[in-house]
Design a protein. Structure first.
Length: 515
């Protein structure tokens, strides 16, 4: 029955399935790593010589096109500026790797600064897949009337959408042909997949004449990885196929429905087994009671018959004047009559059939072991949590195992107290050095650890940090009341988060001693 249900659910899901569309939150999160690269004269005039785009592959490392920064290679009196999409200022940078062959360059900040790092997707890109170009096209700047000062200030990059046309590449180096519009100034900016991961670096486009469509070329990921490897840079990479949160939620709902169906089927099977056991016990009890009643009646009848014979013998002995034998026979008669009455009265009642049936059922049903009942105490201890890929949505995070220590009071790793509420044990983490908020949950009964990660803009992170500063987290072991207060306090932080996370990482945890 369960297999039939599973097949039907899968078929129904297939009928309702739709092509994957990008979550705007993923593209917005990826745009945090896109910078404007500006070239200015270093002769006192600060004249703008040119500009393009770039993508952070490290906290202080930016990949861009070689042709964007070529003037700085040819002329010493040119400085390179890197302007992030948010914040209050930009930084200067220098070229540390330059490869005109495949139009790539690597910049390093020359002053303190930290950028959100992008994730490079190393998996295959399907023909016709949606892609997104992010950068700073000059025609948008001109249309807005931005001056040099405004161009040197943090500005939100422009996002465009298109699709991949696989099978065509430039001859000079490997490229991805796509239709996401780019303009002068987009050069060096990323081409993203639907999960916001970099699949290429935009380089150039075709010329549209007489109504021809325009197409664009991005440096392929193989070229980028070879370039970064030669520069001894280890970027953040992912080869996990892109799944939307909606896909993950749908799969989880199907999984839960399957578990519920299996649980219901098992419950029905147990109920049927119990009913069979009850009927069998009732029949057995009925046979036992009836048999005992019949035995009691037979015994009472035999005792009464013997009493009657003994009475006759007593009478005969009296007639003969044998006083001693008469008394013995009379005493025996009385005892036999009493025994007959007792045997008759001791017969089990028909009303006892139900009670006897319950006794038989109880004896046939083993008592549940107290150790088998789930408890927080059993879960406490050192655990290793292993990610469950088919229940997770992973875009930028790695899939390494996580060591986790838990005690029944909600203390994690001996130092972090989790809050408690209607959703169980959970904690929101808002770091000061990263624009990513994380909601972590732990289910001590199922031993399931979940991290939902939100890649947020600077304004949202600032509000979260301000709200988080309003309450102080209790220390481990503060008690249930403190844990509940922490859960209530965190609700205000959660209200500031988007409706859905960018990532959901689900882990299955096991106590290291094998329990």
């Amino acid at each position: 029955m369960f297999r039939i249900f599973t097949l039907l659910a899968a078929a129904f899901a297939a009928l309702l399935s739709v092509p994957l569309h990008a979550d705007p939150a993923d593209i917005a999160a990826a745009s945090r790593s896109v910078v404007r690269v500006v070239l200015v004269a270093d002769d006192g005039s600060s004249e703008l010589i040119g500009h393009g785009s770039g993508i952070a592959v490290g906290p202080d490392l930016i990949v861009t096109n070689a042709h964007v920064v070529e003037p700085a290679q040819d002329f010493d009196a040119v400085r390179i500026g890197v302007v992030p999409p948010q914040g209050k200022t930009g930084w200067f940078a220098r070229v540390i790797a330059f490869s005109p062959r495949n139009d790539l360059a690597l910049l390093k900040l020359t002053e303190p600064g930290t950028l959100p790092v992008a994730t490079l997707y190393t998996g295959p890109i399907a023909d016709g897949a949606d892609v997104f170009a992010i950068g700073y096209p000059a025609n948008v700047d001109l249309a807005q009337g931005l001056n040099l000062s405004e161009m040197m200030s943090p500005t939100t990059p422009v996002k465009t959408r298109g699709s991949v046309s696989a099978g065509r590449s430039s001859k000079a180096f490997e490229t991805i042909l796509h239709t996401a519009p780019i303009g002068s100034g987009n050069s060096g900016g990323p081409l993203l997949d639907s999960c916001g991961r970099v699949v290429g670096v935009n380089s150039f486009g075709t010329m549209a004449e007489d109504g021809d469509s325009e197409f664009y070329f991005a440096v392929s990921m193989r070229e980028i990885m070879r370039f970064l490897t030669a520069a001894e840079v280890q970027p953040r990479v992912s080869g996990v196929p892109c799944r939307s949160i909606a896909d993950v939620d749908r799969a989880e709902a199907e999984r839960m429905a399957g578990e519920k169906a299996l649980s219901n089927e098992e419950a029905h099977a147990l109920a049927a087994k119990a009913e069979t056991l009850r009927r069998d016990a009732e029949r057995k009890a009925q046979l036992e009671i009836i048999s005992s009643r019949e035995n009691g009646m037979a015994l009472a009848g035999i005792a009464f018959l013997l009493a009657l014979l003994s009475g006759v013998a007593a009478y005969l002995q009296r007639q003969k004047g044998n006083s001693r034998d008469m008394k013995i026979a009379a005493a025996l008669t009385i005892l036999l009559l009493i025994g007959a009455v007792i045997a008759w009265l001791a017969r089990p009642s028909l009303n006892g059939i139900e009670e006897r049936a319950r006794e038989i059922v109880d004896k046939a049903t083993p008592a549940a072991s107290p150790a088998a009942a789930p408890s927080l105490a059993k879960t406490a201890g050192e655990m290793i949590c292993v990610i469950v890929p088919n229940r997770s949505r992973i875009t930028v995070s790695d899939m390494a195992d996580i060591p986790l220590s838990w005690d029944e009071g909600g203390c994690v790793n001996g130092r972090t107290q989790y809050g408690y509420g209607a959703d169980g044990w959970w904690r929101i983490f808002v770091p000061t050095d990263d624009d990513t908020a994380t909601v972590s949950r732990f289910d001590p009964v199922r031993k399931a650890y979940t991290m939902e990660r939100y890649f947020l803009d600077l304004d949202t992170m600032t509000r979260l940090r301000e709200e988080g500063a309003k309450f102080k987290s209790p220390s481990c072991g503060a008690g249930e009341e403190a844990a509940r207060k922490l859960g209530d306090a965190q609700t205000a932080l959660k209200a500031l988060l988007p409706p859905a996370p960018n990532e959901r990482l689900v882990y299955d945890c096991r106590v290291q001693n094998g329990s």
